[in-house]
Every structure is written in C-alpha cells, then in structure tokens.
Design a protein around this ligand. Structure first.
Ligand SMILES: [Mn+2]
Length: 184
C-alpha cells in the first residue's frame, strides 16, 4: 500500500496543481488530506493563486482515493462542496502491523497524544515538515504544500510498506525513516 499525505493546501490552486503532478507520478492507492483545504485562515496571507473552488474541483476529481480529516480552518460548508467525507478529529489505519493516526495537529501532536494507542502520529497544521522519534513512537509532520513556515520547504509525505518519506514539492526526499524498525 502506498499513501500520499497532503496538508494545509489553504486554497492554493498553484500548489494543488503541482501536487496533481506528484500524485500522477507517485500513483498512490490512497490520498490522505490532513485538513485546512480551502481557506487561507486569518493568520495567513492569501496563498499563491488563491482559488478554493478550483482546489475543490481538483480534489473532487480524486475523491475515490481520498481520506480527509478536518482542520481548524475548515468550515461546515466545506463538506457541501466536497464529494468526499471530511472526518472529525482523526482517522486510524493499521498498516504493516503498525497503528497510524492521521489528524490535523491543532489538538493532537507531539506534545499532546490522542487517547487511542498508536505507533505513528501523522499531522500537519504547523506548516513545518519533520520526522521525529519520541517515547518509542514516530511523529511525522507533513508540512504545508502551500505555506511553509520557519524556513522549511513546501512538502508532503509518501508512506509505503517500509518507510515514510518527507518530500519537497518537486518530489525530492528531505527526510526518511524506516518505520518497520520502530517497535512496541
Ligand atoms: Mn491548521
């Protein structure tokens, strides 16, 4: 199983289109969206080629592959224009004997664990991509594809049967971890 994880698009049609190229190249079985899909958010500037309707159109064209969780900038009306379900809080997936939790990150992150048991917590929200280990668990931030902060890159994740890759918007590997090595 190969997954692509994308977060914090914030309505940028420019970076959505770049990600469409990466999705075509990577050919993942599932696309996981970690929230903050359409709106720039009051703390952020408008993103490049800000066009929430266009982003929705592209995401809807990929709906059969999408698993989405809600971000803190996502409004109730967003579900109405999205042809895929936007889940509250988090989504849990068992992959290769490991429990992954996917969430936006404003509630659950490296400093505040969810109640449910997990091996790997994957989130966005902070717009700073990283892969870290703590307490025998792995914490992965996808970064933001449109608005990176703190000198990080526009980034996304690939998760395959062995490893997690943090990649820049052009598809170059920034960081990698073999998650199968991490044990309970
Ligand atoms: Mn957010």
């Amino acid at each position: 199983m190969k997954l692509i994880v994308i977060s914090d698009i914030h309505g940028s049609n420019f970076y959505m289109n770049k990600m469409k190229d990466r999705i075509n190249e990577e050919n993942p079985e599932k696309i996981i969206l970690l929230g903050d899909l359409y709106y720039h958010g009051p703390r952020n500037p408008l993103t490049q080629e800000y066009a929430p309707k266009e982003v929705a159109k592209t995401l809807n064209s990929l709906k059969d592959k999408i698993i989405a969780v809600k971000g803190n900038c996502d409004a109730e009306v967003d579900q109405m224009i999205s042809e895929f379900k936007i889940q509250e809080n988090y989504v849990t997936l068992e992959l290769n004997g490991k429990t992954f939790i996917f969430t936006h990150g404003h509630k659950y992150n490296i400093d505040n664990y969810p109640d449910e048991n997990f091996d790997i917590l994957v989130y966005g929200h902070f717009h700073t991509g990283f892969i870290k280990e703590k307490d025998g668990k792995i914490f992965v931030n996808s970064g933001s594809i449109s608005l990176p902060k703190e000198n990080t890159k526009n980034s996304y994740l690939i998760i395959d049967d062995e490893s997690i890759y943090l990649k820049d918007i052009e598809g170059n590997v920034i960081q990698k971890i073999q998650y199968k090595e991490i044990g309970r």
